[in-house]
Design a protein around this ligand. Sequence first.
Ligand SMILES: [Zn+2]
Ligand SMILES: [Zn+2]
Length: 314
Amino acid sequence: MKCRVCKRDAQISLKSYNLNLCSNCFLEFFRKRVYTTINEFKMCTPKDRILVAVSGGKDSLSLWHILSDLGYRTCGLHIILDIGEYSQRSYQQVIKFAQTKSLELRVVSVRDEFGKSIKELAKIAKRPPCRVCGMVKRYLMNREAEAFDCLATGHNLDDEASTLLGNLLNWQEGFLSRQAPVLEENYTLKRKIKPFAFISQEEITLYAELCGIDYLEERCPFSRRATSLIYKGVLNKIEEEMPATKLRFYKGFIKREYFKGGKREELSPCKRCGYLTVGEVCNFCKLKEKVLERKNLTEGGDDVRRDSYLKGNH
Ligand SMILES: [Zn+2]
Ligand SMILES: [Zn+2]
């Protein structure tokens, strides 16, 4: 097996591109594709300050790694979810990475915000932990991105293709219109970018390993039940039989530009915190209110405390 670029021995075989590469040429290929995606979708420029959401897993750490290697101005954002040891290990992994690469890092914690863990919040909200976690994370990421030009997340092709499949199976047309690799700034919401949108999980794993990125392998203990894993499994089975299906599926969607002509949800500022939301009060503020109601029920609080709590941290 020879590398298609330099003709030396190839160690890597990318079935979806029908391409054999040596390690060096693979890294070059990977960098080029990320760089092209960023420029093609006008995600960011070298002048921009980018907040990179980092969980400690391979996608987000690889993203932070490549963005800083490509010369972009980055700062990491880690949200401590307070899901037992998993959270501690993720936090350690992120700190270690930031220190070795001398990169700036911001840290926010769910417990500091609510005084509760995700599991407790899920009980209070009467919703699955993954839903609550996703909502809280999105809110905190948006809020922390305020001082930056854009927010980058490590969503990869597998994530995008499985979300697309889920949205199509359930005909979630509203979601389809927002599933672009870049979402433009909208009032309080900063531009969101996904530089890995066309890069598969497999390629990111190779990149992380070749670059010696030390990442946390375990998944969030709540994610096992997530439906996205079922969709990913199905897509991987199809990909095995028909390489490049995932890329074709997602690219075909992007080409059709649903997100340009699609119906967008009507967003208006939340009456409590001012962030854009559907309806009057955003889910984050609603959850804060529920947590307070509970606290007041058990301790007997007053309106002043409730008010200052709601205004705090914003
Ligand atoms: Zn080569
Ligand atoms: Zn709000």
